[in-house]
Design a protein around this ligand. Structure first.
Ligand code: UD1
Length: 375
Protein backbone atom coordinates (compact mmCIF):
# COMPACT_ATOMS: atom_id res chain seq x y z
CA UNK A 1 0.00 0.00 0.00
CA UNK A 2 1.03 3.60 -0.52
CA UNK A 3 -0.47 6.99 0.30
CA UNK A 4 0.63 10.26 -1.24
CA UNK A 5 0.17 13.23 1.12
CA UNK A 6 -0.17 16.70 -0.40
CA UNK A 7 0.81 20.11 0.95
CA UNK A 8 0.90 23.47 -0.77
CA UNK A 9 0.42 26.46 1.47
CA UNK A 10 1.37 27.46 5.00
CA UNK A 11 -1.79 26.28 6.79
CA UNK A 12 -1.27 22.78 5.33
CA UNK A 13 2.10 22.20 6.95
CA UNK A 14 1.00 22.04 10.58
CA UNK A 15 -1.81 19.67 9.57
CA UNK A 16 0.31 17.20 7.63
CA UNK A 17 3.07 16.81 10.25
CA UNK A 18 1.16 14.65 12.77
CA UNK A 19 -0.75 12.80 10.03
CA UNK A 20 2.48 11.67 8.38
CA UNK A 21 3.88 10.60 11.74
CA UNK A 22 0.76 8.52 12.45
CA UNK A 23 0.71 7.01 8.94
CA UNK A 24 4.41 6.20 9.16
CA UNK A 25 3.60 3.98 12.14
CA UNK A 26 1.88 1.68 9.59
CA UNK A 27 5.24 0.95 7.92
CA UNK A 28 6.29 -1.39 6.37
CA UNK A 29 2.81 -2.32 5.11
CA UNK A 30 2.27 1.30 4.05
CA UNK A 31 4.60 3.59 2.13
CA UNK A 32 3.97 7.29 2.77
CA UNK A 33 5.26 9.97 0.40
CA UNK A 34 4.90 13.76 0.37
CA UNK A 35 4.22 16.05 -2.57
CA UNK A 36 4.69 19.82 -2.09
CA UNK A 37 2.95 21.80 -4.82
CA UNK A 38 5.12 24.86 -4.16
CA UNK A 39 2.11 27.19 -3.82
CA UNK A 40 4.03 28.82 -0.96
CA UNK A 41 7.73 29.06 -1.67
CA UNK A 42 9.27 31.82 0.53
CA UNK A 43 11.49 30.47 3.30
CA UNK A 44 9.32 32.22 5.89
CA UNK A 45 6.16 30.74 4.40
CA UNK A 46 7.35 27.15 4.10
CA UNK A 47 10.89 25.95 4.91
CA UNK A 48 10.71 27.34 8.45
CA UNK A 49 7.62 25.18 9.00
CA UNK A 50 9.17 22.01 7.62
CA UNK A 51 12.12 22.44 9.96
CA UNK A 52 10.21 23.42 13.09
CA UNK A 53 7.67 20.63 12.66
CA UNK A 54 10.10 17.93 11.56
CA UNK A 55 8.19 17.30 8.32
CA UNK A 56 10.21 15.03 6.01
CA UNK A 57 11.56 16.74 2.89
CA UNK A 58 9.01 16.44 0.07
CA UNK A 59 9.63 13.53 -2.29
CA UNK A 60 8.40 15.75 -5.12
CA UNK A 61 8.16 19.55 -5.34
CA UNK A 62 5.92 20.77 -8.16
CA UNK A 63 7.21 24.36 -7.79
CA UNK A 64 4.05 26.03 -9.08
CA UNK A 65 4.52 29.37 -7.31
CA UNK A 66 2.07 32.27 -7.43
CA UNK A 67 -0.48 33.20 -10.07
CA UNK A 68 -4.16 33.91 -10.63
CA UNK A 69 -6.48 31.27 -9.17
CA UNK A 70 -6.99 29.65 -12.57
CA UNK A 71 -3.30 29.60 -13.41
CA UNK A 72 -2.22 28.35 -10.00
CA UNK A 73 -4.90 25.63 -9.84
CA UNK A 74 -4.28 24.52 -13.43
CA UNK A 75 -0.50 24.42 -12.95
CA UNK A 76 -0.89 22.21 -9.87
CA UNK A 77 -3.23 19.92 -11.82
CA UNK A 78 -0.95 19.52 -14.83
CA UNK A 79 2.17 18.96 -12.76
CA UNK A 80 0.51 16.64 -10.26
CA UNK A 81 -0.97 14.53 -13.04
CA UNK A 82 2.48 14.16 -14.56
CA UNK A 83 3.93 13.28 -11.14
CA UNK A 84 1.36 10.47 -10.77
CA UNK A 85 2.48 8.91 -14.05
CA UNK A 86 3.32 5.24 -13.50
CA UNK A 87 2.25 5.37 -9.85
CA UNK A 88 -0.74 3.57 -8.50
CA UNK A 89 -1.21 4.78 -4.91
CA UNK A 90 -3.82 3.29 -2.61
CA UNK A 91 -5.08 6.86 -2.01
CA UNK A 92 -3.99 10.48 -1.87
CA UNK A 93 -4.51 12.58 1.24
CA UNK A 94 -5.26 16.31 1.11
CA UNK A 95 -5.77 18.74 3.99
CA UNK A 96 -7.61 22.04 4.36
CA UNK A 97 -8.97 24.27 1.65
CA UNK A 98 -6.23 25.92 -0.39
CA UNK A 99 -5.97 25.85 -4.18
CA UNK A 100 -3.53 22.92 -4.01
CA UNK A 101 -6.16 20.89 -2.11
CA UNK A 102 -8.85 21.00 -4.80
CA UNK A 103 -6.35 20.78 -7.66
CA UNK A 104 -4.78 17.51 -6.46
CA UNK A 105 -8.11 16.02 -5.36
CA UNK A 106 -9.57 16.62 -8.82
CA UNK A 107 -6.61 15.05 -10.62
CA UNK A 108 -6.63 11.97 -8.39
CA UNK A 109 -10.34 11.26 -8.49
CA UNK A 110 -10.40 11.39 -12.30
CA UNK A 111 -7.61 8.81 -12.33
CA UNK A 112 -9.72 6.59 -10.10
CA UNK A 113 -7.47 7.13 -7.07
CA UNK A 114 -9.39 7.46 -3.78
CA UNK A 115 -9.18 10.89 -2.12
CA UNK A 116 -8.91 11.34 1.64
CA UNK A 117 -9.83 14.85 2.87
CA UNK A 118 -8.74 15.94 6.33
CA UNK A 119 -10.67 18.93 7.73
CA UNK A 120 -13.77 18.21 5.67
CA UNK A 121 -17.22 19.79 5.99
CA UNK A 122 -16.31 23.27 7.25
CA UNK A 123 -18.56 25.91 5.67
CA UNK A 124 -18.60 29.70 5.91
CA UNK A 125 -21.56 29.81 3.47
CA UNK A 126 -19.69 32.67 1.80
CA UNK A 127 -18.99 31.78 -1.82
CA UNK A 128 -17.06 35.02 -2.20
CA UNK A 129 -14.27 33.27 -0.32
CA UNK A 130 -12.01 31.19 -2.58
CA UNK A 131 -11.50 28.63 0.18
CA UNK A 132 -15.26 27.99 0.41
CA UNK A 133 -15.33 26.92 -3.24
CA UNK A 134 -12.31 24.69 -2.62
CA UNK A 135 -13.99 23.13 0.44
CA UNK A 136 -17.33 22.38 -1.22
CA UNK A 137 -15.76 20.90 -4.35
CA UNK A 138 -13.08 18.86 -2.57
CA UNK A 139 -15.68 17.29 -0.27
CA UNK A 140 -17.90 16.31 -3.22
CA UNK A 141 -15.09 14.26 -4.80
CA UNK A 142 -13.57 12.80 -1.62
CA UNK A 143 -13.96 9.17 -0.59
CA UNK A 144 -13.02 9.46 3.08
CA UNK A 145 -13.89 12.69 4.89
CA UNK A 146 -12.46 13.49 8.32
CA UNK A 147 -14.19 16.24 10.29
CA UNK A 148 -12.93 18.44 13.11
CA UNK A 149 -16.24 19.51 14.66
CA UNK A 150 -19.89 18.36 14.59
CA UNK A 151 -20.97 21.10 12.12
CA UNK A 152 -18.81 19.36 9.51
CA UNK A 153 -20.97 16.25 9.44
CA UNK A 154 -24.22 18.26 9.32
CA UNK A 155 -22.95 20.27 6.34
CA UNK A 156 -21.74 17.19 4.46
CA UNK A 157 -24.97 15.24 5.00
CA UNK A 158 -26.96 18.23 3.74
CA UNK A 159 -24.81 18.28 0.60
CA UNK A 160 -25.55 14.61 -0.04
CA UNK A 161 -22.28 13.03 1.13
CA UNK A 162 -22.90 9.43 2.26
CA UNK A 163 -22.81 9.09 6.05
CA UNK A 164 -20.41 6.12 5.98
CA UNK A 165 -17.73 8.26 4.34
CA UNK A 166 -17.75 10.83 7.16
CA UNK A 167 -15.61 10.34 10.27
CA UNK A 168 -15.49 12.75 13.20
CA UNK A 169 -11.91 12.51 14.45
CA UNK A 170 -11.09 15.94 15.90
CA UNK A 171 -8.50 18.48 14.92
CA UNK A 172 -5.03 17.56 13.66
CA UNK A 173 -3.88 21.20 14.10
CA UNK A 174 -4.37 20.71 17.80
CA UNK A 175 -2.23 17.55 17.68
CA UNK A 176 0.56 19.76 16.37
CA UNK A 177 -0.14 22.48 18.92
CA UNK A 178 0.05 20.04 21.81
CA UNK A 179 3.22 18.43 20.46
CA UNK A 180 4.99 21.78 20.17
CA UNK A 181 3.70 23.94 23.03
CA UNK A 182 6.72 23.16 25.24
CA UNK A 183 8.99 24.58 22.52
CA UNK A 184 6.97 27.77 21.88
CA UNK A 185 9.05 30.95 21.62
CA UNK A 186 8.00 33.90 23.80
CA UNK A 187 6.98 37.35 22.58
CA UNK A 188 9.73 38.85 24.70
CA UNK A 189 12.38 36.86 22.84
CA UNK A 190 10.79 37.64 19.48
CA UNK A 191 10.66 41.38 20.21
CA UNK A 192 14.21 41.35 21.48
CA UNK A 193 15.48 39.39 18.45
CA UNK A 194 13.80 42.05 16.31
CA UNK A 195 15.93 44.67 18.11
CA UNK A 196 12.97 45.93 20.19
CA UNK A 197 13.65 44.60 23.71
CA UNK A 198 11.85 47.73 24.96
CA UNK A 199 8.65 46.93 23.02
CA UNK A 200 6.70 45.03 25.69
CA UNK A 201 5.51 46.95 28.76
CA UNK A 202 6.39 45.84 32.31
CA UNK A 203 3.24 43.74 32.63
CA UNK A 204 4.19 41.93 29.42
CA UNK A 205 0.72 42.42 27.90
CA UNK A 206 0.22 42.69 24.16
CA UNK A 207 -2.15 41.91 21.29
CA UNK A 208 -1.30 39.87 18.17
CA UNK A 209 -2.71 40.71 14.77
CA UNK A 210 -2.67 38.63 11.58
CA UNK A 211 -4.50 39.56 8.42
CA UNK A 212 -4.21 38.31 4.85
CA UNK A 213 -7.68 37.51 3.40
CA UNK A 214 -8.31 39.19 0.05
CA UNK A 215 -11.62 40.55 1.49
CA UNK A 216 -9.63 42.46 4.14
CA UNK A 217 -6.44 43.47 2.40
CA UNK A 218 -7.15 43.78 -1.33
CA UNK A 219 -9.55 46.77 -0.98
CA UNK A 220 -7.94 50.09 -0.10
CA UNK A 221 -10.88 51.52 1.90
CA UNK A 222 -11.36 48.33 3.93
CA UNK A 223 -7.64 47.92 4.61
CA UNK A 224 -7.21 51.57 5.64
CA UNK A 225 -10.16 51.31 8.02
CA UNK A 226 -8.82 48.12 9.60
CA UNK A 227 -5.35 49.60 10.00
CA UNK A 228 -6.79 52.74 11.63
CA UNK A 229 -8.69 50.51 14.06
CA UNK A 230 -5.49 48.64 14.88
CA UNK A 231 -3.76 51.95 15.56
CA UNK A 232 -6.54 52.87 18.05
CA UNK A 233 -6.10 49.50 19.74
CA UNK A 234 -2.34 50.02 19.95
CA UNK A 235 -2.94 53.16 22.05
CA UNK A 236 -4.24 50.82 24.78
CA UNK A 237 -2.23 47.66 24.17
CA UNK A 238 0.94 47.15 22.09
CA UNK A 239 0.25 45.20 18.90
CA UNK A 240 2.57 42.61 17.33
CA UNK A 241 1.77 42.26 13.62
CA UNK A 242 3.54 39.60 11.50
CA UNK A 243 2.95 40.52 7.86
CA UNK A 244 1.81 37.99 5.24
CA UNK A 245 3.43 38.73 1.84
CA UNK A 246 0.04 39.60 0.33
CA UNK A 247 -0.69 42.13 3.10
CA UNK A 248 2.76 43.63 2.87
CA UNK A 249 2.42 44.21 -0.84
CA UNK A 250 -1.09 45.70 -0.49
CA UNK A 251 0.02 48.09 2.29
CA UNK A 252 2.78 49.23 -0.02
CA UNK A 253 0.51 49.51 -3.06
CA UNK A 254 -1.98 51.73 -1.19
CA UNK A 255 0.73 53.73 0.61
CA UNK A 256 -0.63 52.70 4.02
CA UNK A 257 2.66 51.62 5.63
CA UNK A 258 3.13 55.03 7.27
CA UNK A 259 -0.02 54.56 9.37
CA UNK A 260 1.71 51.62 11.03
CA UNK A 261 4.83 53.59 11.79
CA UNK A 262 4.07 54.08 15.49
CA UNK A 263 6.07 52.86 18.52
CA UNK A 264 3.21 50.67 19.79
CA UNK A 265 3.02 48.48 16.69
CA UNK A 266 5.74 45.93 15.99
CA UNK A 267 5.79 44.82 12.36
CA UNK A 268 7.47 41.48 11.77
CA UNK A 269 8.03 39.13 8.82
CA UNK A 270 5.85 35.99 8.68
CA UNK A 271 6.58 34.03 11.86
CA UNK A 272 7.71 30.44 12.14
CA UNK A 273 5.36 27.97 13.82
CA UNK A 274 7.01 28.02 17.25
CA UNK A 275 7.16 31.82 17.23
CA UNK A 276 3.48 32.11 16.30
CA UNK A 277 2.57 29.60 18.99
CA UNK A 278 4.44 31.60 21.63
CA UNK A 279 2.94 34.88 20.44
CA UNK A 280 -0.61 33.48 20.69
CA UNK A 281 -0.06 31.72 23.99
CA UNK A 282 1.16 34.86 25.75
CA UNK A 283 -1.31 37.31 24.16
CA UNK A 284 -4.06 39.18 25.98
CA UNK A 285 -6.06 39.04 22.76
CA UNK A 286 -5.52 37.90 19.16
CA UNK A 287 -7.10 39.68 16.19
CA UNK A 288 -7.14 37.64 12.99
CA UNK A 289 -8.83 36.70 9.75
CA UNK A 290 -7.13 33.27 9.69
CA UNK A 291 -9.14 30.09 10.07
CA UNK A 292 -6.48 28.11 11.88
CA UNK A 293 -5.78 30.83 14.44
CA UNK A 294 -9.45 30.82 15.50
CA UNK A 295 -8.92 27.16 16.40
CA UNK A 296 -5.51 27.55 17.99
CA UNK A 297 -6.69 30.39 20.27
CA UNK A 298 -9.66 28.24 21.28
CA UNK A 299 -7.28 25.42 22.21
CA UNK A 300 -5.12 27.89 24.17
CA UNK A 301 -8.08 29.64 25.84
CA UNK A 302 -6.91 33.03 24.54
CA UNK A 303 -9.63 35.50 23.44
CA UNK A 304 -9.81 35.83 19.65
CA UNK A 305 -11.47 38.63 17.66
CA UNK A 306 -12.16 37.44 14.13
CA UNK A 307 -12.00 40.18 11.50
CA UNK A 308 -14.51 38.50 9.21
CA UNK A 309 -18.28 38.49 8.81
CA UNK A 310 -18.54 34.72 9.28
CA UNK A 311 -16.62 31.64 10.28
CA UNK A 312 -16.52 28.11 8.88
CA UNK A 313 -15.47 27.00 12.36
CA UNK A 314 -18.56 27.77 14.46
CA UNK A 315 -17.44 25.64 17.39
CA UNK A 316 -14.74 28.23 18.16
CA UNK A 317 -17.55 30.72 18.84
CA UNK A 318 -20.07 28.33 20.44
CA UNK A 319 -17.58 26.64 22.78
CA UNK A 320 -14.26 28.39 22.29
CA UNK A 321 -12.80 31.83 22.91
CA UNK A 322 -13.65 33.33 19.51
CA UNK A 323 -15.93 36.30 18.72
CA UNK A 324 -16.88 37.31 15.17
CA UNK A 325 -16.35 41.04 14.73
CA UNK A 326 -16.46 41.68 10.97
CA UNK A 327 -14.75 44.74 9.49
CA UNK A 328 -16.68 47.50 11.25
CA UNK A 329 -14.39 49.61 13.49
CA UNK A 330 -17.06 50.21 16.18
CA UNK A 331 -17.85 46.50 16.38
CA UNK A 332 -14.17 45.58 16.65
CA UNK A 333 -13.52 48.24 19.32
CA UNK A 334 -16.57 47.18 21.34
CA UNK A 335 -15.31 43.59 21.53
CA UNK A 336 -11.77 44.75 22.24
CA UNK A 337 -12.99 47.03 25.07
CA UNK A 338 -14.88 44.09 26.52
CA UNK A 339 -11.74 41.95 26.49
CA UNK A 340 -9.81 44.72 28.25
CA UNK A 341 -12.56 45.10 30.87
CA UNK A 342 -13.48 41.47 31.53
CA UNK A 343 -10.56 39.44 30.20
CA UNK A 344 -12.77 38.15 27.37
CA UNK A 345 -14.08 34.67 26.60
CA UNK A 346 -12.12 31.77 28.05
CA UNK A 347 -14.25 29.03 26.48
CA UNK A 348 -13.66 25.31 26.72
CA UNK A 349 -11.86 22.73 24.60
CA UNK A 350 -14.07 21.08 21.94
CA UNK A 351 -14.50 17.32 21.80
CA UNK A 352 -11.55 15.39 20.28
CA UNK A 353 -9.26 18.43 20.22
CA UNK A 354 -7.10 16.27 22.40
CA UNK A 355 -3.92 15.69 20.41
CA UNK A 356 -5.00 12.27 19.12
CA UNK A 357 -6.86 13.14 15.90
CA UNK A 358 -4.05 11.89 13.63
CA UNK A 359 -3.99 8.52 15.36
CA UNK A 360 -7.73 8.17 14.80
CA UNK A 361 -7.23 9.04 11.14
CA UNK A 362 -4.44 6.47 10.68
CA UNK A 363 -6.54 3.78 12.41
CA UNK A 364 -9.55 4.46 10.17
CA UNK A 365 -7.40 4.51 7.02
CA UNK A 366 -5.84 1.17 7.99
CA UNK A 367 -9.30 -0.36 8.40
CA UNK A 368 -10.72 1.19 5.21
CA UNK A 369 -7.92 -0.03 2.95
CA UNK A 370 -7.07 -3.23 4.83
CA UNK A 371 -3.55 -2.14 5.79
CA UNK A 372 -2.15 -4.50 8.42
CA UNK A 373 -0.60 -3.11 11.61
CA UNK A 374 3.11 -3.82 12.10
CA UNK A 375 2.72 -5.77 15.35
C1 UD1 B 1 -3.27 30.99 0.64
C2 UD1 B 1 -4.60 30.27 0.76
C3 UD1 B 1 -5.32 30.73 2.03
C4 UD1 B 1 -4.44 30.60 3.25
C5 UD1 B 1 -3.14 31.35 2.99
C6 UD1 B 1 -2.22 31.23 4.19
C7 UD1 B 1 -5.74 29.76 -1.38
C8 UD1 B 1 -6.89 30.11 -2.24
N1 UD1 B 1 -5.49 30.58 -0.35
O1 UD1 B 1 -3.54 32.36 0.43
O2 UD1 B 1 -6.46 29.93 2.23
O3 UD1 B 1 -5.09 31.13 4.36
O4 UD1 B 1 -2.52 30.79 1.82
O5 UD1 B 1 -1.02 31.86 4.03
O6 UD1 B 1 -5.11 28.77 -1.61
N2 UD1 B 1 3.48 35.05 -1.86
C9 UD1 B 1 4.81 35.23 -1.56
N3 UD1 B 1 5.51 34.14 -1.12
C10 UD1 B 1 4.95 32.91 -0.95
C11 UD1 B 1 3.59 32.76 -1.28
C12 UD1 B 1 2.87 33.83 -1.71
O7 UD1 B 1 5.35 36.29 -1.68
O8 UD1 B 1 5.66 31.99 -0.53
C13 UD1 B 1 2.69 36.22 -2.30
C14 UD1 B 1 2.57 36.32 -3.79
O9 UD1 B 1 2.63 37.65 -4.14
C15 UD1 B 1 1.20 35.77 -4.07
C16 UD1 B 1 0.42 36.17 -2.82
O10 UD1 B 1 1.39 36.12 -1.78
O11 UD1 B 1 0.64 36.27 -5.23
C17 UD1 B 1 -0.71 35.25 -2.52
O12 UD1 B 1 -0.30 33.89 -2.45
P1 UD1 B 1 -1.35 32.68 -2.74
O13 UD1 B 1 -0.69 31.37 -2.47
O14 UD1 B 1 -2.00 32.88 -4.05
O15 UD1 B 1 -2.50 32.92 -1.69
P2 UD1 B 1 -2.46 33.36 -0.15
O16 UD1 B 1 -3.02 34.72 -0.06
O17 UD1 B 1 -1.13 33.09 0.46
Amino acid sequence: HSIICIVGARPNFMKIAPIMAALNALKPALEVTLVHTGQHYDVAMNEQYFQALGIPAPDINLEVGSGTHATQTAEVMCRFEAALEGKNPTAILVVGDVNSTIACALVATKKGIPVIHVEAGLRSFDRGMPEEINRVLTDQISDMLFTTEPSGKDNLLREGVAAQRIHFVGNVMIDTLKNNLPRAISARKIASDAGREDFLPEDGKYAVLTMHRPSNVDDEVVLASLINTVVSISNQLPVIFPLHPRTKSMLHKFGLEKLLDTPNILLLPPMGYLEMLGLMQGATVVLTDSGGIQEETTALGVPCITLRENTERPITVEQGSNTIAGQNPQAIMAIFDDVMRTGGKAGRIPEYWDGRASNRIADLIAIEFGIPRAS
